[in-house]
Design a protein around this ligand. Structure first.
Ligand code: FPP
Length: 210
């Protein structure tokens, strides 16, 4: 969900206004992905590197996440959206951890569309944790990742013009189709999802085969 800060700056607004609008866009896109029949939507909401930002900005992003979790806990059963938090959740606030626990209990009683929220997430850190767990338990690395049991992403969409993974799902994206758009995340629309899926449908996926 890149480009929130630049979206705000281009309008003479504080960066935090971009994240607020970005959270609204996320809500809209999540409903759309559910409605078109996708199984999973995974969003990179806060990376392990994002702590380097100004404290005000960090707090604002984490607050937006907590607000979303609170709203989701109330509405997820009617809306049919399951939630899972992915990342190192230990350093999060008590409120965030309690809301994550609550939404995961509620999600266990639902089926269908699932949103994965990557929070305090970094692909390298996840791999180190998974390798440790795998060596302790003998389980496959994939089963020790935060995403255990979730299929690898088919399509990765990065808004905001940058063309890199930025430590996102490094293991899981081995054969994911990558799609980049210059649009800032707050401007991203349902039609942009359609466009990315149309392009995805033109790709030839060989997974290393012929
Ligand atoms: C990247 O844009 C975006 C983030 C680091 C934060 C994303 C968080 C939200 C949209 C709000 C909370 C999320 C949910 C799911 C409710 P950037 O700040 O790096 O933008 P820039 O590259 O233009 O500076």
């Amino acid at each position: 969900m890149d480009g929130n800060g630049r979206w705000a700056e281009s309008k003479g607004l504080p960066r935090v206004a971009g994240h607020k609008q970005g959270a609204e866009t996320f809500r809209k896109i999540a409903y759309y992905c559910r409605d078109i029949g996708l199984d999973y939507l995974t969003v990179y909401a806060f990376s392990t590197e994002n702590w380097k930002r100004d404290k005000l900005e960090v707090n604002a992003i984490l607050r937006l996440l907590e607000d979303y979790l609170e709203e989701a806990a109330e509405k997820m059963s009617q809306e049919g959206i399951r939630l899972k938090a992915i990342g190192d959740l230990d350093p999060l606030s008590k409120r965030a951890k309690a809301l994550i626990a609550k939404t995961e209990v509620l999600s266990a009683g639902l089926s269908g569309f699932q949103v994965n929220l990557c929070v305090n997430y970094g692909g390298r850190g996840e791999l180190v944790r998974a390798a440790k767990l795998s060596s302790e338990t003998g389980r496959d690395v994939a089963d020790c990742l935060d995403t255990a049991g979730i299929p690898d992403p088919d399509l990765l969409i990065r808004a905001g013009g940058e063309k890199r993974l930025s430590n996102f799902l490094l293991w899981q994206c081995a054969y994911t189709e990558l799609y980049f758009t210059d649009k800032f995340w707050p401007d991203f629309t349902d039609a942009d999802v359609d466009e990315a899926i149309a392009e995805f449908n033109c790709r030839s996926r060989r997974f290393g085969g012929l």
